[in-house]
Write a protein that binds this ligand. Structure first.
Ligand SMILES: Cc1cc2nc3c(=O)[nH]c(=O)nc-3n(C[C@H](O)[C@H](O)[C@H](O)COP(=O)(O)O)c2cc1C
Length: 419
């Protein structure tokens, strides 16, 4: 069966390019269902899209182009990919805020298939803090983007905001569609985020992990058709849909959640920053400044130095345990966030924990590491592979990591599992 793409067209000057995209998609065998905003129809007529795609091109959410169906829900359910080309500043704002007030936004907001946005707008609109905040939110929600380029704009200025060209968008759509079924039937467990190790009822020890890398990996695996379990420590990220989500707080909870599900997984990706140490004891009451040493203070130090000495114990090493339990055909991927001797430490981790891949990143590099939307990683494989990736968004890095795992020859390749 041919792939189905809903093509949403909004009111940027680049709307005319969407007609060429629709035509090329149809020629390549994709079934295209167009939808437009009312203002987009002031740039290009819906008749153009109807003629090119042989499907209706609704605008208003109350239109009934599909007999007996609620059109926005039908479109949302019957597509493999939803591409919004171009995506106006206004549409970005509406999607980021859940405003479903026309056919395009109502269908997009009801859709669980991947949504690809190709923004196009004047530089001032692009740089506007409201747009940048909306983009950040949409990225966190799992939307895919084709970034605008820098160049001459219709408003006779030079700058960022020009929609990517049609061949680039076409290639991205085909790449996403091709990936879609590549991990069908593969079971993937991803850990993400930090853990919190309580000190008392109000305090905990934790780390700077945002969870973004792990969430990007889980979403990328889901988009390839895998059955995904995401075991997540506390993060500020929205909970992704279309996967089993297991929230945990402590390293011990993460260990239990992961180990109880590990045997049935084909691929395990340990991206969480699990605490290596936890307080020996958790105080039942809030530790007070003036109080005698707390149970986990080791009885030392408080009066003498005016501080608090915590006694910590090592937590269980989940990754090492997964390595010990690894069964034939299972792929185990770990992360090594290092501040020095990156590749040496990562290679040692790969070997000592029986991993198939380790994703090494030097968290001291600008653009890499815990917070933020980008990362710079090197993949080391158990067969001696070494793949250095440039500065990429965490979403792009996730795709490249999954590509590397797919390309691994041997039983654990998802390509084989599904063939
Ligand atoms: C000539 C003209 C060109 C415009 N170009 C853009 C553009 O490139 N990008 C954009 O986001 N908005 C642009 N706008 C503004 C949008 O068309 C306007 O915000 C509209 O209400 C968006 O509607 P929609 O998001 O529902 O499609 C333009 C408006 C006009 C009149």
């Amino acid at each position: 069966m041919s792939k189905r793409v809903v093509l949403g067209v909004s009111a940027s000057v680049a709307a005319y390019k969407a007609a060429d995209l629709a035509s090329q998609l149809v020629k390549s065998g994709v079934e295209v269902f167009p939808v437009m905003t009312a203002d987009a129809a002031r740039f290009v007529q819906p008749a153009t899209f109807r003629a090119l795609t042989h499907h209706p091109c609704p605008i208003d959410v109350f239109e009934e182009p599909f007999p007996g169906e609620i059109a926005h829900i039908w479109l949302a359910r019957h597509c493999d990919l939803f591409a919004i080309v171009p995506a106006s500043m206004n549409v970005l704002a509406r999607l980021a805020n859940g405003l479903a007030d026309d056919m395009l936004t109502a269908a997009a907001l009801a859709c669980t298939a991947p949504i690809l946005l190709a923004p196009g707008m004047n530089t001032g609109m692009w740089d506007n803090p409201a747009t940048q905040a909306n983009l950040a939110r949409l990225r966190d929600y799992g939307y895919y983007f084709i970034e605008p380029t820098t160049g001459r704009l219709a408003c006779r200025t030079e700058g960022v905001g020009r929609m990517a060209d049609v061949p680039t968008i076409l290639a991205a759509i085909h790449e996403m569609l091709a990936r879609q079924d590549s991990w069908r039937g593969v079971r993937v467990l991803v850990t993400a985020g930090p853990t919190r190790e309580p000190l008392d009822p109000v305090r905990f020890l934790s780390n700077r992990s945002s969870g973004k890398m792990g969430y990007a990996l889980a979403e990328a695996a889901r988009a390839r058709g895998a059955a995904v379990t995401l075991v997540s420590g506390p993060t500020a990220l929205p909970r992704p849909g279309g996967l089993e989500f297991v929230p945990v707080e402590t390293a011990a909870q993460m260990r239990d959640a992961v180990l109880s599900r590990a045997a049935e997984q084909d691929i395990l990706i340990a991206a969480a920053a699990v605490a290596d140490y936890a307080p020996v004891e958790v105080a039942e009451q809030k530790i007070k400044k003036e109080a005698p040493p707390a149970p986990n203070s080791g009885g030392a130090g408080q009066e003498e130095v005016g501080g608090l000495t915590l006694v910590l114990t090592e937590t269980d090493d989940i990754l090492a345990e997964l390595g010990r339990r690894k069964r034939p055909g299972q792929t185990l991927i770990g992360f090594a966030a290092e501040t020095e001797h990156l590749l040496d430490h990562a290679r040692r981790k790969l070997e000592s924990k029986n991993l198939d891949w380790v994703v090494a990143n030097d968290v001291t590099q600008p653009g890499a590491g815990f917070d933020g939307d980008t990362n710079i990683v090197t993949l080391l494989g158990a067969r001696g592979e070494e793949i250095s990736l440039p500065l990429l968004t965490k979403r792009e890095a996730a795709e490249r990591i999954l590509d590397a795992v797919t390309a691994t020859p041997g039983e654990q390749s998802p390509g084989r599992a599904t063939s």
